[in-house]
Design a protein around this ligand. Structure first.
Ligand code: ZN
Length: 403
């Protein structure tokens, strides 16, 4: 179980019934199919309370009974599973070259996944809000046609997002102090659901932790492989944001003081030597940021054809990446570091040398058990995590209003 909240929960969460409804919902999410007796036995709530809570959740169409029964000593029990089909959670990711929108139902089943080319790297926050609002309206309209209630929308941004959802710095977008949540809420004319903004790496880590093949790992780090490199950190089953929400900026770990200039103004940051820009600076120095995907495809094509220049560049990038991941492994000792974004198509040429470099630099034997893996959630990981953040708030007790 993961929540994206730090510290004490707000006062409205102290409503005992809402809390108990959330406890039952979470239990069924993690243990379905299960019976009312299973819920009572595991949560410590008495059977009458569980029956009443389950009836409420069935009324709200968050749970449903299945025809399945489990025969034990005594009466057969009716089994419960998550329903949630009348609901949708929306995630949108903006980056230097695209906008992605994902919608999932309460179970996390993907309802749609749209990707649009968008010049985020050369657009201001105002233009981005217009583009995101247009996309969000189309998603909401599709969900409404399917008779689904939208529970919320979260936007994933490659940059520092403070606890109030203000984008403080997004170096690769060139943004500072943008009230994206406020502006998008206005552009959507107060849509009647919460609009949140969060860091892309944090959200991708949430997606991996909730839906990915390593979801059983209590300690995982997700590393974005876009023009920027950032990390989302899950420790002991919880996303760790740090004091003001700025944890995980590994892209600006200094790896080579004499290295190339980074977007942050300093030299030789991990992002500058191990981000995909480090390769494109050689293979496509004049390419527009909106052609990133095409340029990476070209790098993959050349690597497959054993192009020696590209293979050497990839090995160099992999070694720098491994040095950075050694710092992560020494500091946090995660079970798994998951490489995402453009690292995924480049992985066949990166992971081997990155692992070798990492294992050589981690003090603990066997790298402290840390494995380097490639994300299977695809380019949509941050957007999927943005939708997952909406589901998280339902899990924490913000149940949808009955209609
Ligand atoms: Zn930097």
């Amino acid at each position: 179980m993961i929540t994206s909240h730090n510290g004490p929960q707000p006062a409205d969460f102290t409503d005992v019934r809402a809390t108990n409804l959330a406890v039952v919902l979470r239990f069924v999410r993690e243990n379905a199919p299960c019976s009312r007796a299973d819920i009572a036995a595991s949560t410590g709530l008495n059977k009458a309370t569980v029956s009443s809570l389950v009836a409420d959740l069935i009324d709200r169409r968050l749970l449903r009974e299945t025809g399945l029964t489990e025969h034990r000593v005594g009466r057969p029990a009716t089994m419960l599973v998550l329903d949630g089909s009348p609901y949708a959670a929306i995630g949108i990711e903006i980056n230097v070259d695209y906008i992605t929108a994902v919608a999932v139902d309460l179970k996390g089943e993907e309802l749609l996944n749209w990707r649009r080319s968008f010049p985020g790297g050369t657009s201001g926050p105002g233009q981005a809000v217009v583009a995101m609002a247009a996309l969000a309206r189309r998603v909401v309209s599709r969900m409404t046609k399917e008779a689904r209630q939208v529970l919320g929308l979260t936007v994933a941004v490659p940059g520092l997002v403070d606890v109030d959802g203000i984008v403080r710095v997004a170096p690769n977008l060139g943004w500072r102090d943008a009230d994206l949540a406020g502006d998008l809420t206005k552009a959507l004319r107060d849509p009647g659901f919460p609009v949140l903004v969060d860091n892309d790496a944090n959200l991708a880590a949430l997606a991996e932790h909730r839906f990915g093949p390593h979801r059983n790992a209590a300690n995982l780090v997700y590393v974005t492989g876009e023009m920027g490199v950032g990390a989302g950190i899950v420790l002991d089953g919880r996303l760790r944001r740090g004091g003001q929400g700025y944890s995980g900026e590994i892209g600006h770990l200094e790896l080579d003081p004499a290295g190339p200039v980074c977007r942050c103004g300093r030299r030789g940051c991990l992002e500058a030597v191990a981000g995909v820009g480090a390769i494109l600076a050689h293979t496509a120095p004049d390419a527009s940021p909106s052609d990133l995907e095409l340029e990476i495809d070209e790098v993959v094509r050349r690597a497959r054809n054993d192009d020696r220049e590209v293979l050497a560049l990839l090995e160099n990038l992999g070694r720098h990446l491994g040095r950075g991941m050694a710092a992560v492994a020494n500091l946090l000792n995660p079970e798994v570091v998951i490489l995402g974004g453009y690292y995924v198509p480049l992985a066949p040429w990166l992971v081997g040398c990155a692992e070798e470099e990492m294992y050589g630099r981690v003090l603990a034997p066997g790298g402290g058990g840390c494995r380097l893996e490639v994300s299977t959630l695809g380019y949509g990981a941050a957007a999927l995590g943005a939708a997952a953040r909406v589901l998280d708030s339902v899990d924490s007790g913000r149940l949808p209003a009955q209609r």
